[in-house]
Design a protein around this ligand. Structure first.
Ligand SMILES: [Zn+2]
Ligand SMILES: [Zn+2]
Length: 91
């Protein structure tokens, strides 16, 4: 039960609207194609990317073991959008 009902921040919690759940690929929006659904969110810029614009990369997971670092046997996964991927790999 909130003491200061009118000011309490818990009143601001509301269910997400449908439009907020719909991920549209940012790169597609830039190209005026708005019908593509995002498959993931870029781990660098946080924008949604579709199948064509996302790059799924395998990354090695490291764990602290005692004084050293151990590499996990199974690679993890990371999604980056095509723009960030280009920025990361450009020389
Ligand atoms: Zn796209
Ligand atoms: Zn990005």
């Amino acid at each position: 039960m909130c003491v200061a009902w009118g000011l309490c921040s818990c009143r601001r919690i509301r269910p997400l609207l449908k439009s907020e759940l719909d991920m549209r690929c940012y790169d597609c929006l830039q190209e005026a194609r708005s019908d593509t659904a995002g498959i993931g969110v870029c781990s660098r810029c946080g924008l949604a990317a579709c199948e064509n614009h996302a790059r799924v990369r395998q990354v090695q997971v490291t764990r602290q073991v005692g004084m050293g670092v151990a590499y996990g046997r199974i690679p993890a996964r990371r999604v980056v959008c095509h723009t960030c991927d280009r920025a990361e790999t450009a020389h």
